[in-house]
Design a protein around this ligand. Structure first.
Ligand SMILES: Nc1ncnc2c1ncn2[C@@H]1O[C@H](COP(=O)(O)OP(=O)(O)OP(=O)(O)O)[C@@H](O)[C@H]1O
Ligand SMILES: [Mg+2]
Length: 271
């Protein structure tokens, strides 16, 4: 039976999960759960296993050891059960270049097995909610990066999933566009009673998104699990930044990729 998760129920459960690729351990003893209605950010330095964790939750491959459950089901062996229930948004919009914005949203519903009769109305509604009314017939190359990402979000929400996974979905956008899209994302997740998990390289983004930050450390370990206060003072925010930074990079070794932000945060907290 297709049971819809109710608030407080566990939606994602990783029970001591390890994922080893030939010659490489990407995730090791990853153990956490996320409950319905949460908006959780995942941070961690490059290569620490964040996308692998998503791919395990999406059922793209099974864990080497341990158990992954999404709404109580095994996403790898019960892949079909998850159609419509989980949507994913990537850093690049991954739209079909030969399809219009409207058609791209419809394709998402087609793959989700939704009845064709409702595709166009639903696609128009979501494009409208994401500020793209009037651009339905534009092809991806005729849209800006931010607009393409809006189409990608419309495609995700249009299938009415219970869980939305975003892998650096706001990272390639300028800060102003990213900020408004993040706020819209949070609003849509909350309004729809959904659960959202967002991988980001930005501690600032992680702190501004939702109610909780999972901090990962290589190889695929949970380094910290931070619950965010509803109305954090600037002092609390600064101290949470420092705590997350310390968990991500306990030896203070990172200088590249995420290094720019880590160093900026460090400079702020020592100023
Ligand atoms: N299919 C695969 N085969 C072999 N190794 C892999 C595979 N997928 C990921 N890895 C390795 O597992 C580790 C974790 O990769 P993953 O993509 O999960 O990192 P990430 O935290 O998402 O990094 P980034 O922030 O750069 O996106 C990396 O060392 C990566 O090279
Ligand atoms: Mg990744």
């Amino acid at each position: 039976m297709d049971t819809q998760a109710t608030r407080g129920e566990i939606v994602i459960d990783f029970d001591h999960v390890e994922k080893t690729f030939p010659g490489h351990r990407a995730v090791q003893d990853l153990d956490f759960s996320i409950t319905q209605g949460e908006i959780v950010s995942v941070v961690g330095v490059t290569g620490c296993g964040k996308s692998t964790m998503f791919n395990l939750a999406l059922g793209l491959f099974p864990p080497t050891t341990g158990v992954v459950r999404v709404q109580g089901h095994d996403p790898f062996t019960e892949f079909d059960w998850f159609r419509r229930k989980v949507a994913v948004v990537f850093q690049d919009s991954r739209l079909l270049p030969w399809r219009t914005a409207l058609q791209n949203v419809c394709v998402g519903m087609k793959f989700a097995g939704i009845d064709k009769a409702g595709w166009e109305t639903t696609a128009r509604e979501w494009l409208d909610r994401l500020g793209l009314s009037g651009r339905e017939n534009a092809y991806p190359h005729q849209l800006s990066g931010g607009q393409r990402q809006r189409v990608s979000l419309a495609r995700a929400f249009a299938v009415d999933p219970e869980l939305i996974l975003c892998d650096e979905s706001f990272s390639a956008l300028d800060e102003i566009t990213a900020k408004s899209l993040r706020a819209e994302f949070v609003e849509l997740v909350r309004a729809g009673g959904k659960t959202g998990v967002v991988i980001t390289h930005s501690i600032a983004e992680a702190l501004s998104l939702g109610n909780r930050v999972l901090v990962m450390r290589a190889p695929g370990l949970l380094a910290d699990d931070v619950t965010l206060p509803a109305d954090a003072t600037p002092e609390q925010t600064a101290s949470l930044r420092e705590r997350i930074l310390a968990a991500m990079d306990p030896a203070g070794q990172v200088t590249a990729t995420t290094g720019a932000e880590l160093l900026a945060v460090r400079a702020m907290s020592t100023a």
